[in-house]
Write a protein that binds this ligand. Sequence first.
Ligand code: SAH
Ligand code: SF4
Ligand code: F3S
Length: 476
Amino acid sequence: MKEKYLLPDQKAAARRSRTAAEKEYGLFSLSEEAKGLGQGKKYMVKTYGCQANVRDGESLSGMLEEMGFERADRPENADVIIFNTCAVRRAAEEHVLGEIGSLKHMKLAHPEKVIAVCGCMAQEEDVVSEVLRKYPQVDLIFGTHNIYRLPELLLKASEGKGRTVEVFSEEGRIIEDLPVRRTSRYKGFVNIMYGCDKFCTYCIVPYTRGKQRSRDREDILKEIENLKSQGRKEVVLLGQNVNAYGKDLGMTDGFSDLLEACAETGIERIRFYTSHPRDYSATTIDVMKKYPNIMKSLHLPVQSGSDEILRRMARGYTAGSYRKLYDDMKEKIPEITFTTDLIVGFPGETEEQFQQTMDLVDYCKFDLAYSFVYSPRSGTPAAKLQDDTPEEVKKQRLYRLNERLAMHARENNEKYRDRIVKVLCEGRSKKNSEIWSGYSEENKLVNFSGPDDCEGKIVDVRITDIHSFTLDGMAL
Ligand code: SAH
Ligand code: SF4
Ligand code: F3S
């Protein structure tokens, strides 16, 4: 029987209409057959990439648990293994493909196991064709727009009649009411919007996640109230460009209003990712200042310090306007911490343009930065640009940049010595089971010693030692 695959189409995925996204309530349901599928079986969801993907992974887990599956800690113990993938850089993709490759023998020995690939890689034409050609162990591929279809897709894949591929290349809807199994007991991720319309020339996200679409404020606030009533201390508002919240619903300064409403719920801590410098509004800074439960840390990706590179990236701001935004915020909230994302080796980047990035880093002295070598993404405009900088030169630039970033981060941390910071204790440190670990209000990772009952509490910690990206301390 010839299989009918619904394959990704990146051109179709890049189309944008002016109509508001459809909202779907109660779309998820379980047929009697699907309900029984997980009885006595185990699942594993391996998530890569950003927090939006982590939140999707929590919905996948939630659906699987409603189907009766239990969680497994490794692939050998799981009947269903789902790779919830990220497509932002080739290195991330190769890592996942390597992991899928390593399951080949397990699948041969246990053909009844189901191996699935979803997330952003599943929305890419090249990747799906590569998986179909080279990874026969994969039974099911589905995309970011149809995770609600997981029960039906699993039923189909479990019949063992060939592979199932169902990827929608659409602008995207807003799908409410999916079950969720949260990863953290103390924090909760809350999507405030999906997708992205910015089309930065290097970036695959607008093709894999559909158009920018904001959730209704009532649905967001309901989710936060719910998290609060479960005793959670922190919510993290998510979107590729949170400052544009509500623009698709006709609001002018939707994010500031939403942030204020979230703060009014009284949840102890609020953070938000990611802000785009282009849409940042001054009123957001005022709201941040007004409410003590909005954490004073900002992730504001700059990507480059060169105006020419920023222009070719289509970021819509200059190094100068970024510095001004930075200065305004530091002036209004002097204790604010800043983090960013940086790309080196964008096509045609000269040594001088790279130096401009170093200059910007010296100016802003970020507390932390995620830095990457540019990775061409098939179907994006930048992938067609001529790029004659050798890979070795790019790696050297990344190395120099990272040295500089670590130096500033460490210098920033000096001021925390002997200071008392408030840490949401999330559990034992990964490296040392005697030590507690959690994030301070400033978003510093703090490892500390303290009494046995710290977990899940906001603890006062005196800082005794500092490193570039972490602080050590003792609970008071
Ligand atoms: N919406 C966020 C970023 C999401 S992707 C924003 O606009 O700031 C996370 C980060 O990955 C980006 O900030 C960028 O630094 C990096 N990135 C995205 N595409 C990349 C590519 N093709 N090569 C290297 N890094 C990339
Ligand atoms: Fe990608 Fe730019 Fe959208 Fe961020 S704003 S997700 S970098 S296209
Ligand atoms: Fe990666 Fe997709 Fe997030 S490409 S960064 S998982 S939106």
